[in-house]
Design a binder for this molecule. Sequence first.
Ligand code: SAM
Length: 234
Amino acid sequence: MRNLFRLFVPLILNPYYYIKKIKKKSIKNFFEYDSKPYNRISLISLAINQVILKKKFENCKYLEIGCFDNKAFNTIPLPFNQKIGVDPLRGGTHRMTSDEFFKNNNLYFDVIFIDGLHTYEQCSKDVINSIKFLNKDGIIILHDMLPRSKTEETQEFSGDVWKVAVDLSKSKNIEFVIANVDQGVGLVKINENSIYLRQNGIQDKNFEDYKNLYYKNLPSVNIEKALEFVKGNL
Ligand SMILES: C[S@@+](CC[C@H](N)C(=O)[O-])C[C@H]1O[C@@H](n2cnc3c(N)ncnc32)[C@H](O)[C@@H]1O
């Protein structure tokens, strides 16, 4: 039903859009984000800027998985022929799932933003596929890595993408930090020896495990450190 609304009803008339906003306002959080007004788009834009410093502007390629109302996609400061957006429902340039896209893809990207289906299974697959198609010195950015409450950990919001953060923090030869802003923005750099490692049993963990066991060991950093990481100075 919710997806039918998403498909056929303009956002401004969609009741689920407002229900979600009201629900979010009534949630109790176990920690708070950095209060500075930065978000995923600030970090994506800086990442693109860094690529442009190293290679020609027209060679910088951007991929976004999950575009929705193009809030991020349309603001990415690149011409349309340098950006691809994949979403089975709305937004972007390719009307399909990320699995379908990667199955037939032969393009490489400098900045990949993963913000599609917010399940551990799908998001970890998106990371593994993105690693295969990331150019040298490229960066993968993920949204929704730090839910602050059980409600935020539901599919409607961030889902259990935090489990991907646990995997990334324990994977081989992967540089990884999470900016403590905008639901937690993961930043991933790889090299030729990088291997994504799924942690045994992580699939079955729940919000209490995240809150009590995993959260404190995640590489969460403030926005200043996150910006330095993207610039290559951290
Ligand atoms: C949170 S929204 C994306 C928001 C957008 N990236 C932004 O920053 O404003 C998630 C989107 O992922 C899409 N999605 C769901 N399953 C997907 C899949 N398997 N592959 C790609 N996109 C998917 C949904 O249709 C939805 O539009």
